[in-house]
Write a protein that binds this ligand. Structure first.
Ligand code: UTP
Length: 287
């Protein structure tokens, strides 16, 4: 069973980043010089996926424009003999095959994924939440696709988080079955630390079986009146096995101000063009 398609839910309002996200999609905020979503589209490509399906919504047309051909810009760059920049701009629109669908109202992550049902069809698929930026030697989705070869079933990317932060995440109750593998028993969305079954948090990379679509149709609105993916996955876990995979890599929640700043600093310190100057600047800062 080869996984070919990747769904990118990108229809949320990004309220944690207001007012920046009033007119600009959160997914278009730049890490150094690339928008967040481009990092995860590149991860999809490097992992061998073929089709990217982006679920957009109100005010998100910049995402489509970003991955489209920019005719005027390309002519201008040609006229100015800026061949390197032209190549880089062309590469963005040639990255992979894109399709778009719209979530008419932000009714939750589960609902957004369900909007991709007709474009996905009846096959397992990958999901990327592009505000989870993960710096990894082997792209995280590639690690997960390898895990899928071993456990051809729904797989959630998980990471241990400090207990005081569990209320930000979907948290799994699970039985360890291998170095990085867990069999999921149950899960809970944003629990208080005292109610959390573990500190294994679900991070924004998933491999989902197509049965999730039927289940999301049955899933009632949960926390915040939204159709929560975690609630759908709970139902799915009663019918088929779900596994969790502890990935290797450094993850930043770039949908949050502090996480976004940390990601920018860490990526800048790895960027050959700016790391030296930027490092000097950081060292000279007084706190
Ligand atoms: P978040 O929980 O980060 O919500 O969504 P958000 O609206 O993007 O941001 P905040 O929390 O208000 O600041 C996780 C992912 O699910 C998508 C978001 O675009 C993001 O990729 N999502 C969320 C949707 O596509 N539709 C929704 O209705 C909700």
């Amino acid at each position: 069973m080869k996984i070919r398609k990747a769904v990118f839910p990108a229809a949320g309002f990004g309220t944690r980043f207001l007012p920046a996200t009033k007119a600009i999609p959160k997914e278009m905020l730049p890490l150094i010089d690339k928008p967040l979503i481009q990092y995860s589209v590149e991860e999809a490509k490097m992992s061998g996926l073929e089709d990217v399906i982006i679920v957009t919504g109100m005010g998100k047309t910049a995402i489509e424009d970003h991955f489209d051909v920019s005719f005027e810009l390309e002519i201008l760059l040609k006229e100015k003999n800026k061949a390197d920049i032209l190549r880089m701009v062309e590469e963005v629109s040639n990255l992979i095959h894109f399709s778009y669908t719209r979530q008419k109202k932000p009714l939750g992550l589960g609902h957004a994924i369900h909007c991709a049902k007709n474009l996905v069809g009846i096959e397992p698929f990958a999901v990327f939440l592009s505000d989870d930026v993960i710096d990894a030697k082997t792209p995280v989705m590639k690690q997960m696709l390898k895990a899928f070869e071993q456990y051809p079933s729904t797989i959630l990317a998980v990471q241990r988080v400090p207990m005081k932060e569990v209320h930000h995440y979907g948290i799994i109750e699970a039985k360890k079955i291998g170095l990085r593998f867990h069999k999921v028993i149950d899960m809970v969305e944003k629990p208080l630390p005292k109610d959390a079954p573990s500190n294994l948090a679900i991070i924004g990379r998933y491999i989902l079986m197509p049965e999730i679509f039927g289940i999301l149709e049955e899933t009632k609105p949960g926390k915040g009146g939204e159709i929560q993916l975690t609630d759908g996955l709970r139902l799915l876990s009663k019918r088929q096995p779900i596994y969790a995979y502890e990935f290797e890599g450094d993850r930043y929640d770039a949908g949050d101000k502090l996480g976004f700043l940390k990601a920018n600093v860490c990526f800048a310190l790895k960027n050959p063009n700016i790391k030296k100057e930027f490092g000097k600047f950081l060292k000279g800062l007084k706190f």
